[in-house]
Ligand binder design. Sequence first.
Ligand SMILES: Cc1cc2nc3c(=O)[nH]c(=O)nc-3n(C[C@H](O)[C@H](O)[C@H](O)COP(=O)(O)OP(=O)(O)OC[C@H]3O[C@@H](n4cnc5c(N)ncnc54)[C@H](O)[C@@H]3O)c2cc1C
Length: 387
Amino acid sequence: MPTEQQLEVRSHLLSAVRDFVKREAIPVAAEHDENDTYPTTLFDQMAEMGLFGLTVPEEYGGLGVDVTTFAMVFEELAKGWMSLTGPIGSHSMLTWGITKYGTEAQKKKWLPDLASGKKRGGLALTEPGGGTDVAGMQTKAVKAKNNEEYVINGTKQFITNGRNGDVFLLLAKTDMNTKPSHKGITGFIAEKGPGFTSGKDFNKLGYRGVDTTELIFDDYRIDAENVLGNKEGKGFYQVMDSLETGRINVASRAIGVAQAAFEAAIKYAQQRETFGRPISTRQSIQNMLANMATKIHAARLMTRDAAAKKDQGERVDLEAGMAKLYASEICAEVTLDAMRIHGGAGYVKDSPIERYYRDAPLMIIGEGTNEIQRLIIAKNLLKTYEV
Ligand SMILES: Cc1cc2nc3c(=O)[nH]c(=O)nc-3n(C[C@H](O)[C@H](O)[C@H](O)COP(=O)(O)OP(=O)(O)OC[C@H]3O[C@@H](n4cnc5c(N)ncnc54)[C@H](O)[C@@H]3O)c2cc1C
C-alpha cells in the first residue's frame, strides 16, 4: 500500500499533469498532428515537470514514483494527446533497465541526465528481420581492443525518439551461434556518436509529432563498460522485464485515449438533436455509451491491478499482458463507437475524434503485438493450470 506521503505526491503530480495537458497540450495537439511536427516546447515543459525521471529513484535525480502513479500519469497525458506519452514511454524503458540492471557506476553516470531530460533516449530492439522474433535480430557486436570495446554493425527500425534521442538501450548479438539464440543477445547503453546515427523517418497513421526512425550502426565503437550490468548475454531477459512496465504504460495510454473519446461522445450525444430530440435519448446510442464506459472501467481496473502487483515487486507478465491486450482492443472499439455517435462530425478533422481513432492501433501493435500477448497469457495459464 502506498504511504500517505506517496499519495500526496501522486495527487500533486496528477493535478499538475492534468493542468499542463489542458492548458498547453490540447490547444496545439491538432496542429502538431496535422503537420507531424515535433512538439519541442511541450517536451521541454514535461522535462521541467520531472516526467523524464518518473520512475528513476530520487537519489539519482528522479521523482521515484511507483508504477501505479506512472500508469496514472500516462493515462492523463494520453487523454490529451497520445503522442505526449511516446518519448517518455520509451525513455522510461531505458531508465527502468538501468535502474534495475545497471551497475552502480552506470546508474551514477547515466540516470541524473536522463531523469532531468537533459539527455533523452529509448529502446532499440526492433529491426527489419526481428520485431516479434527478437532473436532473429542481425545487429552484431564484436569484441575489439583486447575486449575493452565492441564494434557494432546493424540497423534498427521503428525506434521512438530515434531522431531526438541521445542514448538508447540497444540490443545486439554478441554470440551469433548460441542456442537458444536469445541467449546471445546483450544490452548496451549506447550514446549517439561516430558510427551511430539516425536513418530514415517513418511517416505514420497516428502517433504523429513523435519521431520514429531507423537507427544505423556502422562500425560503431562502444566501451565494454557500457554493457548493461556488465553482463553479456542477458539483454533479452533485461528487456523482457522492462517490457512489463512498457505494457502497463501502453495499456494506460489506451485507457486515456478511450476515455477522451467516450467523454466527447457522451457530451455530443446530449447536444446533437435529430427528429426533435437529443440522440442520447435513443436506446441504441445509450447502449453504445454504456458499453464504452464499462469496457474502459474494466481496462482501468486490470491495468491498475497489474501496476499494483508490479509495485509489490512481483513479475506480472500475465497481468500486464492481459491489461495491454484488453485495453488496446477496447480502445480501438471505443474510438470507433465515438465516431459512430458523432456521425460525419467524427470523421472530419474539426474534432479530435478521428485522431483518437488513428492513434488507437499503435497500442495493438507496440510493446509486443496482441497476438503475442495472447501467446504470453496462454503460456502463463498453462503453467498455472498444468495437469
Ligand atoms: C510507431 C511505432 C513505434 C515503435 N517504437 C519502437 C521502439 O521505440 N523500439 C523498438 O524496439 N520497437 C518499436 N516499435 C516496433 C514494434 O514493437 C514492432 O513493430 C512490433 O513488435 C511488431 O513487430 P514487427 O513490426 O516486426 O511485426 P512482425 O513481427 O513482422 O509481425 C507481423 C504479424 O505477424 C504476427 N506474428 C508474428 N510472429 C507471430 C507468432 N509467433 N505467432 C502469432 N503471430 C505472430 C504479429 O502479431 C503481427 O500480426 C515501434 C513500432 C511502431 C509502429
